[in-house]
Design a protein around this ligand. Structure first.
Ligand code: OXD
Ligand code: MN
Length: 621
C-alpha cells in the first residue's frame, strides 16, 4: 500500500511539492529525482508502488480526465480504450537519436547528435515542462527480479497512462524499489514528458503531447530522454528504449544480446520440446507466431514472449533466452479468432488497455479484421461516428492492445525462469512478395548472421512513414541497434565464439508473405506456419530432408507437411524454389546495403562479406 506522508527528511527542498508514496532508500535515485523535479517543476511527485490500488486510482483519474474510456465490464473487465492525438500514433524513428560520444559509435543506421549538444537542446524543453502535472517515479526491472543479473530502470514521467501501461508491461513498483535499495543498484535513467505544462486553472486535453518530439538515448551514461510523445514505443521507456537500444549496448559490453524477437516453445507429437526465437520487423506477425495455434495434429505451442528476447550464453555453453517484459503491446488490426485465437482469449480476461481501436455501441472494442462482417455502427479511433459506408478505417492501422502476459491461455511454464531457457532455433523473417523462399536453413552460424544481416521487409504502419517500401532491417533491429551496425554484426559472431559451437541454435530464414503474380498470398500463414516449424524442428533432429542451394538448405517439397492445404504442386514449387534469376537481382542490392553500412572506418565482418562473395560466385557460376 502506498503511504501519503512525504519523506520530508529526504525531500526537504520540496516541502512545497506534495509527495505520495514511499521514497525508496536509494541515494542515487533520490538525488536524481530531486534534480529532475528542480528542472521540470511538477505540482506533485508520486513514487509508484505497482499495487492494484494504484491501478484503480490512476485509471479512475484517467477516466475522469477523458483519457480513458471504461469498456463494458461484462465484455472486457477492468479494461480501457484510449484515443491518442491523431499526430501521436506510432514510434517516431526520424526523431529517435542515439547520442553516443561520437557519430562513429552510433553508425549509419541511427540519427546522432552529440550528447552535450542534445542535452543543451532538451534541457530548456524540460524546464518547467511538468508544471501543473504529477511527476510519477516508476522503479522497474526488465527481466526477473531473481535473475543473476537483474536489469533495473527508473522512469520518471508526467503521464499516468505510462504508469498504468508500465504496470502491464514490466515488473515495477515497491518490490523493485526494495531490491534496488538493498544493493544501491545502478539503473537506467529514463526521463519522459509529454511536454505540455499546465498553467494554473488551465484544463488538460485527453491526450496531451507536443508537436516537437525527441526520443534520445545516451548509451554511455545509460540515460533515456523522451519528450513530446505519449505513444507506447516512445513513452514506455523499458521497451524499445531500454530493452533494445540501451540493452544492445549493455549486452555488447557484457557479452549478451538484446534482440527484437518473439519466444515460442513448441512440442511435437512425440513430446519433444523446442524453443524457437524469431526476429521479424514490426507488424510482420511476431505476436501471432508467438501465440500460434498449430493446425497439425499433436503439436503444442506455448508462448514465452512476443517482442523482445535477451540472449545470454549459459554455463553449459548454450544460449539462454528471457523475455524481459511482462505484457504484450501488440498491433490489434488483423487479430481475430482465426488469426490469433489466443490473443482474443487473453483480452476477454480483461485488465487491458486498447489504444486507437474503434468502440462498439455496447462498450467493446473492434478493429478491421476482427470479424468477417463489419459492425453497422461504431465510434472510430478519433471519436467520430462510423458506419461501413464512412469510407475510412474505424481503427488506426497501428492500433494496439496492452495485455498482461500471464493472461495468455498458452503461456509456457518456463516464462518466468529467472535466467531463461535454452534456445534451439533462431528464425529471421520479413514480408517479401518475391525471391525469398518460404523457409531456408543457414549452413552454419556465420551464414545465419549473413541471412539476418540481409533481412528485409515491406514497411508497415508500426512506424510513421511510407508503407509498402522494401527496406533492409538487419535482425529486425534497424530502429533498435544502439550502436554501429557493423559492430553489432561482429557482436553476433563474438557471442557465438563465447559459446559451445555445436550447442548453438540452428538459424533459419522464413517468408510467410510470398505472393503470386496477381498479388495473392501463396502460403496460408498463421496456424499453418507450424508446418514450417515442423520441418525446422525435424531438421534440428536430423529427420528432415533438405536440398542444398547457394542460399542455404531448402526443404524437399515432399518433406513439408502440406496435407489438407490443397496447394498445387506449382505453388509448393514456387515457395520452396531457389530462383537464380531473382537472386542475381538481389545480390547487388545486398551489396549496396552492406556498402552503405561501412562508415566511419568500420567494416562488415570479413566472414559475413565472404558469405556474399560465395553467394555471388554460386549465382553467377
Ligand atoms: C513494436 C514495434 O511496437 O516493433 O513492437 O514497433
Ligand atoms: Mn516490436
Amino acid at each position: 500500500m502506498s503511504q501519503t506522508v512525504p519523506d520530508t527528511t529526504e525531500l526537504t527542498s520540496y516541502d512545497d511539492i506534495p509527495v505520495r508514496g514511499v521514497v525508496p532508500e536509494h541515494a542515487a535515485l533520490r538525488a536524481w529525482v530531486r534534480e529532475v523535479a528542480a528542472l521540470t517543476k511538477p505540482a506533485a511527485i508520486e513514487f509508484c508502488d505497482g499495487s492494484p490500488q494504484e491501478w484503480q486510482r490512476l485509471t479512475d483519474l484517467l477516466v475522469a480526465a477523458g483519457t480513458l474510456i471504461q469498456l463494458s465490464p461484462q465484455r472486457k473487465p477492468n479494461s480501457f480504450l484510449t484515443r491518442t492525438d491523431p499526430d501521436d500514433t506510432a514510434r517516431v524513428e526520424n526523431r529517435t537519436f542515439i547520442c553516443a560520444p561520437t557519430q562513429a559509435e552510433a553508425g549509419p543506421t541511427n540519427h546522432w547528435v552529440d550528447p552535450t549538444q542534445m542535452k543543451q537542446t532538451m534541457t530548456p524543453l524540460y524546464d518547467g515542462c511538468m508544471r501543473g502535472r504529477t511527476m510519477y517515479v516508476i522503479p522497474y526491472c526488465m527481466g526477473s527480479l531473481q535473475a543473476s543479473h537483474p536489469q533495473f530502470g527508473v522512469e520518471i514521467t508526467d503521464s499516468a497512462y505510462v504508469v498504468i501501461s508500465m504496470h502491464i508491461m514490466t515488473r515495477m513498483g515497491a518490490a523493485v524499489a526494495e531490491a534496488m535499495a538493498a544493493t544501491q543498484a545502478s539503473f537506467v535513467r529514463g526521463l519522459h514528458s509529454v511536454g505540455v505544462p499546465l498553467a494554473p486553472g488551465e484544463s488538460d486535453v485527453p491526450w496531451p503531447c507536443n508537436p516537437e518530439k525527441y526520443i534520445c538515448h545516451f548509451p554511455q551514461t545509460r540515460e533515456i530522454w523522451s519528450y513530446g510523445s505519449g505513444y507506447g514505443g516512445n513513452s514506455l521507456l523499458g521497451k524499445k528504449c531500454f530493452a533494445l537500444r540501451i540493452g544492445s549496448v549493455i549486452g555488447r559490453e557484457e557479452g549478451w544480446m538484446a534482440e527484437h524477437m518473439l519466444l515460442l516453445k513448441l512440442t511435437n507429437p512425440q513430446g519433444r520440446s523446442f524453443v524457437i526465437v524469431g526476429a521479424f520487423p514490426s507488424a510482420c506477425g511476431k505476436t501471432n507466431l508467438a501465440m500460434l495455434q498449430p493446425t497439425l495434429p499433436g503439436w503444442k505451442a506455448e508462448a514465452l514472449g512476443d517482442d523482445i528476447a535477451w540472449l545470454r550464453p549459459g554455463p553449459d555453453g548454450r544460449l539462454y533466452a528471457v523475455n524481459p517484459e511482462t505484457g504484450m503491446f501488440g498491433v490489434a488490426p488483423g487479430t481475430s479468432d482465426e488469426t490469433n485465437p489466443n490473443a482474443m482469449a487473453m483480452m476477454v480476461r480483461g485488465n487491458s488497455i486498447f489504444t486507437n481501436t474503434a468502440l462498439t455501441p455496447d462498450g467493446d472494442i473492434w478493429w478491421e479484421g476482427m470479424t468477417p462482417e463489419q459492425p453497422e455502427h461504431l465510434t472510430d479511433w478519433r471519436g467520430f461516428p462510423w458506419t461501413p459506408r464512412t469510407g475510412v478505417r474505424a481503427a488506426h492501422p497501428n492500433a494496439r492492445y496492452t495485455m498482461p502476459m500471464d493472461q495468455c491461455p498458452v503461456l509456457a511454464p518456463e516464462y518466468d525462469l529467472p535466467d531463461g531457457i535454452p534456445v534451439d532455433a533462431i528464425i529471421f523473417g520479413g514480408r517479401r512478395p518475391t525471391t525469398i523462399p518460404l523457409v531456408n536453413q543457414a549452413r552454419d552460424w556465420t551464414h545465419g548472421v549473413f541471412l539476418g544481416a540481409t533481412c528485409s521487409s515491406e514497411t508497415t504502419a508500426a512506424a510513421a512513414g511510407a508503407v509498402g517500401v522494401v527496406r533492409r532491417d538487419p535482425m529486425a533491429m534497424l530502429p533498435f541497434i544502439g550502436y554501429h551496425v557493423a559492430d553489432y554484426l561482429q557482436h553476433w559472431l563474438d557471442v557465438a565464439a563465447a559459446t559451445t559451437p555445436d550447442k548453438l541454435p540452428a538459424i533459419f530464414y522464413v517468408n510467410w508473405f510470398r505472393k503470386d503474380a496477381d498479388g495473392h498470398f501463396l502460403w496460408p500463414g498463421f496456424g499453418d506456419n507450424v508446418r514450417v516449424l515442423d520441418w525446422i524442428t525435424r531438421r534440428i533432429e536430423g529427420r528432415a530432408k533438405a536440398v542444398e542451394t547457394p542460399i542455404g538448405w531448402l526443404p524437399d517439397p515432399d518433406d513439408l507437411d502440406v496435407a489438407g492445404l490443397g496447394l498445387d504442386a506449382d505453388v509448393l514449387d514456387q515457395l520452396t524454389r531457389y530462383d537464380p534469376a531473382a537472386w542475381a537481382k538481389e545480390i547487388p542490392l545486398v551489396e549496396q546495403w552492406f556498402d552503405s553500412l561501412e562508415t566511419d572506418g568500420k567494416h562488415i565482418p570479413d566472414e559475413v562479406r565472404a558469405q556474399l562473395d560465395r553467394l555471388r560466385a554460386a549465382v553467377n557460376g
